[in-house]
Design a protein around this ligand. Structure first.
Ligand code: ATP
Ligand code: MG
Length: 342
């Protein structure tokens, strides 16, 4: 009997509920055994409950196979409201952040298929800063353990998804000890994957190459900060934040969410681009498929991907962020029609 998957659903704030509901609409039309468990979280939830996320969140997660998530709002400067995104990342030990960027003909600036695998827990994001004698210092942590976990995941991802090369991004010419460690650990892990080419690139050269010759790049594995910056560069090259999905991977669970934020300016109007969320759900199916050896999930992930390509490149069904006038649900319904007729 086919396995049943238990999916936690965090609708999120702003456009979150609209794009999550469009995405679930698509998943519900696939012949897959998915059960959804709603998890209350975010700023809207905080305003009515005084909590950023449900109290029994951690217990609930133990029963889940994955979490599909919309964007969550963190108000700037409000000290009493801690970022729920950060809480989820730390509590679930989500050590790798995966962001695939694939170009669309007629929309994107160039032709590419690049995946950023970004370390997700340390680097300058540990947030340890100080000031002494009018000089400020920020701590940058690069540990062997986290580097090894993220490098291992990058190679595994490359293998599962048919990539031939993984490239480590660093600045070890200047940061000889910290980035030097990141680089060394990467090449040590690479020995376990003799069928995949291991390469390296200095972070500034990486930015240049992404713009000039993106076809030379496949999978990039990066420390946290470099990955943050290069990912936005690539999102810009794809053509809209609304077109990019992502995964955060932990030892026992993955959390799948769009790259963009809550976009309050267009919330409630039914015009948000749902593709980032739909691509995140597609990544979730791939993750579950590879983890449980379930080829059906991988097949339907592929069907979703192909349908998105047709919607954008052939049918040119574009939402306002891409200069079109189609609505969130137009995209979802057309994707369903394409999958049904495939
Ligand atoms: P946050 O504080 O969570 O980052 P934000 O409002 O800055 O929220 P971003 O996602 O960073 O949201 O997006 C910046 C702008 O890009 C939004 O104001 C919105 O106009 C546009 N945008 C982002 N995502 C989408 C989407 N899925 N569909 C359409 N437009 C989007
Ligand atoms: Mg923003």
């Amino acid at each position: 009997m086919a396995k049943k998957y238990r999916i936690g659903v965090i609708e999120g704030d702003g456009i979150g509920p609209e794009i999550v509901s469009a995405t679930l609409h698509i998943l519900n039309h696939l012949p897959l055994d998915l059960e959804y468990i709603k998890i209350e979280a975010g700023y809207t939830y905080y305003k009515k409950s005084g909590r950023g996320i449900e109290e029994d969140f951690i217990d609930k997660v133990k029963e889940l196979d994955a979490i599909l998530k919309g964007p969550l709002y963190t108000p700037p400067g409000a000290i009493e409201f801690k970022s729920v995104n950060v809480l989820i990342r730390r509590e679930l030990d989500l050590y790798a952040n995966i962001r695939p960027f694939k170009s669309y003909r007629g929309i994107s600036l160039r032709n590419f298929n690049i995946v950023i695998v970004r370390e997700n827990l340390e680097d300058v994001y540990v947030g340890i800063e100080g000031e002494y004698n009018r000089t400020a210092i920020a701590l940058r942590i690069i540990s062997e353990r986290e580097t090894e976990r993220v490098a291992e995941y990058a190679f595994k991802y490359a293998e599962d998804h048919g990539f031939k090369k993984v490239t480590v991004v660093h600045k070890a010419n200047i940061l000889k000890i910290s980035d030097g460690l990141f680089r060394d650990v990467f090449f040590r892990v690479a020995k376990r994957y003799p069928n995949i080419v291991a390469d390296e690139i200095i972070v500034d050269t990486a930015a240049y190459t992404i713009v000039k010759n993106p076809e030379k790049i496949q999978v990039l594995v990066t420390p946290n900060l470099y990955g943050d910056i290069l990912a936005d560069l690539l999102a810009g090259m794809v053509g809209s934040l609304g077109l990019c999905g992502s995964a955060q991977i932990g030892e026992s669970i993955g959390v799948f969410e769009p790259v963009h934020g809550v976009a309050f300016d267009i919330a409630g109007k039914g015009i948000a681009n749902p593709i980032g969320e739909i691509l995140s759900a597609k990544m979730m199916l791939e993750y579950l498929g590879h983890k449980h050896g379930d080829q059906r999930l991988i097949l339907y992930a592929k069907k979703i991907d192909e349908a998105i390509n047709i919607v954008i490149e052939e049918k040119k069904l574009l939402t306002p962020d891409l200069g079109g006038s189609f609505k969130t649900m137009d995209i979802a319904n057309t994707i369903i029609d394409i999958i049904k007729s495939s």
